[in-house]
Structures are given as C-alpha cells and as structure tokens.
Design a protein around this ligand. Sequence first.
Ligand code: FAQ
Length: 315
Amino acid sequence: MSTYSFQEHFDEKLDKDQTIEPKDWMPENYRKTLIRQISQHAHSEIIGMLPEGNWISRAPTLRRKAVLLAKVQDEAGHGLYLYCAAETLGISRDEMYEQLHSGKAKYSSIFNYPTLTWADIGAIGWLVDGAAIMNQVPLCRTSYGPYARAMVRVCKEESFHQRQGFEIMLTLANGTDIQKKMAQDALNRWWWPSLMMFGPNDADSPHTEQSKKWRIKRLTNDELRQKFIDVTVEQAKVLGLSIPDNDLKWNEERQHFDFGKINWDEFWNVVNGNGPCNKQRLDMRKNAWEEGRWVRDAAMAYAEKNKVKTEKQAA
Ligand code: FAQ
C-alpha cells in the first residue's frame, strides 16, 4: 500500500523544478515565507514610488517628465501584481496594508534615502533598478507559480527602468563639470545602500538556507550582490565615474571584484525604522490610505447597490 504523502508530492514537484500553484498542498512555513517575501516586495514597489515621485514636477524636460511618470506608474503596477500573487496564498490586501502601516512588515531599506538632486533619479534607475533586476531575474524561476509569472513582466519593465537611469547618468556624465559632479555625488550616496538591498551576508541571513531548499530563492544574497558589483563596475567605467570604494579590485583568482566592507550597522538602523526618510515614507503611505477612504467607501457602496439591483432583476 502506498504511503505517498502530500509532503512527498510537494518535494517531488520541487525536485522536478515544477511550480507550486495556489491550490496545491504546501507546507505552512513555505506559505508564510512566501507571504512575507512577496508582500514585502509589493510594499517596496509602492513605497519605492515616493523617492522618484518627488522629482516628477521638477524633471528637467517634458520628455524626462513623461518617462519618469511612466516609470513610477510601472512601480505601482508591480506592487499590484505582487499583492495579487500574495493574495493567492490566503492573506487579504487589507491585512497586508495593515502590516505595512503598523510597521510589522518591512520594505526595502533603499527607499528610506532622500532624492536630493536630479542625478539621484539617474542613480536610482541605474543602481536600484539594476540591483532589483539582478535579484528578480532568478525569481522568474522561483517555485511559486504566481510569483514567478509576475516577475517575468516586472523584469521586462525593470530593464527599461535601468536603461533610462543609465541614460540620465550618461547625459550628466558627459555634460558640464557641475553635471558630472552631480552624477558622481549621486553615485557616492547610492552605491553602498544599493549593495545593502541584497540583504545581510549569507552567514547572517536567517531565511536563505530554507528558502533555497524550497527554491523560493535561487541564488543567495552574497551571490547576487557579487554579480551586481561585477557588472556595475564595468558600467561605471563607461560613464567615467568612480565607485566610492578604495578596496574595489579585480581578483584574478576568484574572477570577481573584491570590495570593501559594507556598513551593516547602517543597514540594520535603516531596516529598524531609523533611516533618513523612514518616518516620512510611512507617514505618506498612511495619509494616502486615510485620504483614499472616501473612494473605497463610495466604491463599496456602489458595488452593494449594484448587487441589490442585480439580485432584484434576477428574482
Ligand atoms: N531591506 O534572511 P534574509 C525594487 C530583511 S524592489 C529591508 O536575507 P530573505 C523595485 C528580511 O526581510 C526591492 N529588509 O531575508 C524598484 C528579513 O527580515 P524579516 C525589493 C531587508 O527574505 C526599483 C531579514 O532582513 N525587492 O527595488 C532587506 O531571505 C526602483 C533577514 O534577511 C524584493 O523584495 C532590505 N534590503 O532575503 C521600485 C525582492 N534585506 O522578513 C521602485 C524579493 C533583508 O524576517 C524604484 N525579496 N531584509 O522580518 C527578496 O529577494 C528577499 O526577500 C531579500 C531578503 C533578498 C530582500
């Protein structure tokens, strides 16, 4: 008599690199890990609209304004796909928002830094979207189907975002001395926080080992960070800008760049709510939620009225 269990079926699907779908059996902690990661990813996209949104009204040309508007709208779309993917795991949108607004759920540390000049918009596209793509391309093969499928479209859009950021940097780097200085200053301020986006070193990452076994994560935080550094250093050379790291050096033996020490105290300080813009970002989200209450109430009242009307017609 076969004792083939749900767990074995789940493990077999992972071994065969098949996706787990919403109605499949899954271990409770697999479900919880996915809700945590996908909802935090969604929150990051939504909060991530704020630093760039700050420059929509001050973009230097109409073309730059139109492109930035489209990019920020894309981030909203990414947040919405991701909230939908998380909902398939049995959590409601309201619960996720509540977790964000109460500070229980995290969002990416990077969005707690200020955008001081137009060059920051270039640096965000180049570095932040660049880091996001590095992390998200492997997530197109993550084991949970709805998350993997959402990532395919998100990555296509992020690639465009990265290119527009690089193009802003290229224009500034080839501009006047002041423009070049602005580009270098933005790189100096965004470089280290971008490296922190990949999360703590593998040895200090409580979730990586299990998430890799479940094929939620395909690569570790350190592997992705190294890949990002290796490609981005070459891009900085094209821009003629210098990476603010005196220890950055090609290592012939490893066939990778060695790099300096990341300030993990700064990272945890930002993650724990004490970064330069944490309060401002969360306050803006909470205000938007409150100010949108009348729209939600009106939509619900309208839906209820229509439901009653349809029921009467059907009777
Ligand atoms: N910030 O054990 P690990 C974007 C937390 S999207 C804040 O390594 P895990 C697009 C982590 O949650 C950017 N917290 O955890 C865009 C955990 O705490 P918890 C977002 C962080 O999950 C561009 C604890 O530290 N991308 O940028 C950070 O295995 C431009 C221990 O860490 C994603 O979310 C951090 N940087 O690995 C939008 C990608 N790093 O939850 C607008 C999907 C770690 O136990 C403009 N997520 N923590 O309380 C992932 O790949 C993973 O969740 C990691 C973290 C790699 C972020």
